[in-house]
Design a binder for this molecule. Structure first.
Ligand code: GLU
Length: 270
């Protein structure tokens, strides 16, 4: 019942943050995939047509840069990662621009660092820019400004960035799309997908792992931390599989896909 209520809530959301992980934007060889990006753009268009505003938080810059330089393994030195990001961000936006403009939609790039959220003036500037883009009917595409962020001031992963942006623009819900299709817990030898999580407890955190794979960072732990932040703002966060057919429109129709993390109190009205 509670689940049905909250899944239904998604149908009425007016402003959404959608985070796209590296694994759903790249081919199995690791380069940016124009066809995957086209498909996601098409899904975003179906949401926008229903008059919901969408802010994308997109990874994929480092993977794009690695592929362009012919690197098979993720560099470990920060300056090499930053160089990859500088190369790949450009390619990433080229693919988004191509995909969205074919659909008659305009995109705008916004690169943010942790420092932008710490400083009142810069945070307000970012907020006003994002709100203006939305008002103009533009899809903002946000990434961490990896070329200038440094280890200790980094968000570290785009799950946290998505949660911060959620609060910044007072979104109604956040959806994290990646190659995992939800939050699984293990009981003995079996794994179960949790469809609904009422609150992210410490014991739940123990079921989650970190990821620093060939091309991306994040993992379930960072998704749970993001869920805590979004839930604290009174809103739900959904973790779902970005390769599942028509995942975004289906979630917004109220289909029970992925895992929904709920705030303690009833979600605030969208
Ligand atoms: N900002 C990084 C990129 O664009 C990704 C960080 C993450 O995957 O969370 O590649």
């Amino acid at each position: 019942m509670k689940n049905a209520y909250h899944r239904n809530y998604l149908r009425h959301c007016r402003r959404l943050i959608v985070k796209l992980g590296t694994g759903i934007l790249t081919t199995d060889r690791g380069d940016l995939s124009p066809s995957r990006i086209r498909n996601l753009a098409l899904q975003v268009k179906t949401i926008v047509r229903k008059r919901a505003q969408v802010v994308l938080v997109s990874s994929g810059a480092i993977a794009g840069g690695m592929a362009r330089l012919g690197l098979k393994t993720r560099p470990t030195r920060i300056h090499d990662l930053q160089a990859c990001a500088a190369i790949g961000q450009n390619l990433l936006m080229h693919h988004y621009e191509t995909a969205f403009s074919r659909l008659g939609l305009v995109v705008g790039q916004v690169l943010l660092t942790h420092g932008d959220f710490q400083d009142d003036q810069r945070r307000e500037n970012a907020r006003h820019t994002l709100l203006r883009l939305l008002k103009l009917g533009v899809i903002p595409i946000i990434n961490e400004n990896d070329a200038v962020s440094y280890a200790e001031i980094k968000f570290g992963d785009n799950d946290q960035l998505a949660a911060q942006v959620h609060k910044l623009v007072h979104a109604d819900a956040t959806i994290l799309l990646s190659t995992v299709d939800g939050f699984y817990v293990r009981e003995g030898r079996k794994k179960f997908l949790l469809k609904t999580v009422g609150s992210v407890s410490l014991s739940l955190m123990r079921h989650a792992g970190d990821t620093v794979s060939g091309r991306s960072v994040g993992g379930m732990k960072s998704k749970l931390l993001a869920a805590r932040r979004v839930n604290a703002a009174g809103c739900p966060l959904i973790v779902a599989g970005g390769r599942v057919k028509d995942i975004l429109p289906r979630l917004l129709k109220g289909e029970e896909l992925g895992t929904i993390f709920l705030p303690r109190k009833k979600c605030r009205a969208p």
